[in-house]
Design a protein around this ligand. Structure first.
Ligand SMILES: C[S@@+](CC[C@H](N)C(=O)[O-])C[C@H]1O[C@@H](n2cnc3c(N)ncnc32)[C@H](O)[C@@H]1O
Length: 305
């Protein structure tokens, strides 16, 4: 993955995007009954660490915001400010997460596009019990991705939106299906949506003409076609896509979703050959950061009001 530590991330499109992303994370956590103040977050900070103040505004707390930074200079700089930092790559952290501590949010604001590493990193997160039901965000550069021709064939509409490509990859992982089955499911989705539209049309026709009894009857009618699995996956995982243009004219695409793989599709977890490998140095860093965090949390609990 490319080195993005030296780039400027303080420009209007990204500021708007950052805020929207944190809003979406906050919304999904609240919907799940989780309080942001208790949520553990892993994120890629960069030198200016612009996410942190937005996260604070949304109720997240300092000791729970754990930065991951592969650039040593930036990691040291953040550490000097007493911020929890793991100096490693996201991939290694995912492979080495050796704690019982559940992670609630992962913000993978990457500088690269869809690569075997970024896609496998996403899959690895989804397979780990510590990341069950976590809100995952991937931000990917559109372009410069060697796998894009393969990846595009995953996207249902051939779209170049990298979030959409990753969405297709995620749903494929969850459903564990072949391309033929996916096409069949797309047909089923079309039929389901047509039936939904027809039901809505009849409902409003009855309601607008004052026939409320008939409107009620229609609203209770079942749709013949079963809800398509693809749609179920997207609804269950609350997927949402975003995009913005950088100051150098490059597009970045992102996806936010809830990790429901192990809870909803336990039989879809494939063998572990694609999973990120454990790295001992990273495991030691994680343990050290979490030990400091636990001390701070305990201190806070014992503090007099
Ligand atoms: C795009 S910037 C993060 C910007 C920040 N989220 C914001 O909104 O301003 C990514 C940062 O993470 C680092 N980085 C990129 N890829 C990484 C990876 N795979 N693992 C760890 N750090 C990475 C880069 O060095 C850079 O400092």
């Amino acid at each position: 993955m490319s080195n993005g530590a030296e780039f400027d991330y303080c420009f209007e499109n990204k500021t708007v995007w950052r805020r929207k992303v944190w809003d979406a994370i906050h919304h999904r956590l609240s919907k799940a009954g989780k309080k942001p103040k208790d949520a553990v977050v892993l994120y890629l900070a960069a030198e200016l660490d612009l996410d942190r103040s937005v996260a604070f505004e949304h109720g997240f707390r300092n000791q729970n915001l754990i930065a991951i930074e592969k650039d040593e200079r930036v990691a040291d700089f953040l550490r000097e400010q007493k911020k929890p930092v793991i100096h490693s790559t996201l991939e290694k952290v995912v492979g080495s997460w050796n704690s019982e501590l559940k992670v609630d949010v992962i913000m993978a604001d990457l500088c690269c596009g869809i690569t075997k590493t970024s896609a496998s990193c996403c899959y690895s997160m989804m397979c780990r019990s510590e990341f069950d039901d976590a809100i995952i965000m991937f931000n990917l550069l559109r372009g410069r991705d060697p796998l894009i021709e393969v990846a595009k064939s995953w996207a249902s509409n051939g779209s170049g939106h990298r979030g959409s490509v990753l969405r297709r990859y995620i749903t494929e992982v969850m459903l564990g299906r072949s391309v033929e089955e996916t096409v069949e499911s797309a047909e089923q989705t079309k039929q389901y949506v047509e039936e939904l539209k027809e039901k809505a049309r009849r409902f409003y026709q009855a309601k607008d003409s004052g026939n409320y009894k008939e409107a009620l009857r229609i609203s209770q009618q079942k749709i013949e076609t079963p809800a398509p699995p693809l749609m179920m996956v997207e609804m269950e995982s609350q997927m949402k896509l975003y995009s913005y243009k950088s100051t150098s004219g490059q597009y970045f695409d992102s996806i936010i979703f809830k990790n429901v793989l192990r809870r909803c599709f336990p039989d879809r977890i494939k063998d572990t050959q694609d999973l990120m490998a454990k790295d001992d140095a990273t495991a030691r860093q994680i343990a050290a950061v979490l030990a400091v965090r636990t001390r701070r949390v305990n201190l806070e609990l014992t503090r007099q009001p």
